[in-house]
Design a protein around this ligand. Sequence first.
Ligand code: AHG
Ligand code: MN
Ligand code: MN
Length: 337
Amino acid sequence: MSQSPGSFTPFDLILQQTLPGDPERQTLVTTLQAIEQGGRKISALLQRGPLLGITGSAHAQNVQGEEVQAMDQIGQETFLTLFRKSGSVLGVLSEEAEHPDIFPVTQPAPCLVAMDPLDGSSNLSVNAPVGSIFALFRPVSQNASRSGETLFIESSSNLIAAAYLLYSVSTTLVLAIGEEAHSFTLDPSTGEYLGSGVPLRFPEGGKIYSANEGYLPVWEKPLQQYMSWIKTDRNPPLILRYIGALVGDFHRNLLKGGIYLYPADIRNGTKSSGKLRLLYEAYPMAYIARLSGGIATDGTAPILSIRPRSVHQRVPLIVGPLDLVREFHDRTGSPLD
Ligand code: AHG
Ligand code: MN
Ligand code: MN
């Protein structure tokens, strides 16, 4: 490792993982600058949130029919504005907007961004961790006559990078690109994001599971049996940790070794599609997991093999290190091949 710990930046990672003549290199640099800038702004706002009166509900509903917190809207506007200005982002799909936004671009190889601008927003009112999630795609075309929906759906197999920001005691940026995922910490005094240069890797033998077990009665039988097994008969048993923000739960599990589960449920005989969204929650976490030695599935198939039918599609999500996800699949009757 040529860099000393703490001097490795997201820019270094992009240079390391792309080739000099690749026009996508500049797009990645510019788009990452927008994510970093947005992260600095949201992080600073969140630190003063209650003082600014921005943790409460905005008394509106997003396209999922959920109550929008004021901070959801600030996150949406912040990142949308930065991506529009970047010249490197052709389109943005967001949890907070029904239709994707399409922008004029100045870069020769622009990207598409699918984002959850504020993940876990119900944590805000109790000063618990929240995040922002991003998936970057290579567009199949820059033809303006296509609808944004079609563009995102057709480009969904061209994932080129994924990132999240975790706003907690400190602000963390995790970026996955090429063959590696890295973690960086925001230094609020300089605005820099600094990492060790050592790629992230799920540890083996993790002992954590993360799920909202309050839903146990509406889960399928094999899943209920697995839940009982990990606590009683498994050696060693798994212990529960649940923050209630995907970014926070995933990040802890990535560092400590743990499996995250947000399965489908069955109510009145109807099986749900899960809660989390495929393009801007499951895909980016699946990509980061893959580059960190893990895997994400919907309980049957790898997340990254699922092609969306609609841009806000929901999926069940099981994600973590290969050993724990493989064990889950073996015990619930859908072994990974
Ligand atoms: P969002 O705030 O973007 O709607 O996401 C909330 C998600 C996810 O972050 C979290 O893991 C999950 O909802 C928690 O759901 P439950 O409250 O049902 O456990
Ligand atoms: Mn979310
Ligand atoms: Mn959100």
